[in-house]
Design a protein. Structure first.
Length: 97
């Protein structure tokens, strides 16, 4: 084999190795970027989910307080109505008896 052919083979081999190494480096960088981005996305998603969970917890607790207040108000109104009906019954007995 002549030196020119050997030189061309070595040059071709060097170019192929250079291209392979560049491709390998690009793939590694892409993979590192994907991993980092995915980790940031998951972490941020968990933080946002935790914040919404706290909002939901406050809303539910507030709803229970509101419901409790409405229930108390309803019982007070029923007691008042009961008292008025009892008083009206007594008055009606006096008027018509």
């Amino acid at each position: 084999m002549s030196t020119t052919k050997k030189t061309k083979k070595v040059a071709l081999k060097t170019r192929v190795n250079t291209a392979f190494n560049a491709t390998k480096k690009a793939i590694k960088n892409t993979n590192d970027f994907a991993l980092t981005t995915t980790e940031e996305f998951v972490t941020e998603s968990l933080n946002i989910a935790e914040q919404w969970q706290n909002v939901a917890k406050k809303a539910i607790n507030g709803g229970f307080k509101l419901s409790s207040g409405q229930q108390d108000l309803m019982f007070e109104a029923l007691e008042t109505v009961k008292g008025q009906i009892t008083y009206s019954k007594k008055r009606a007995k006096k008027l018509f008896a």
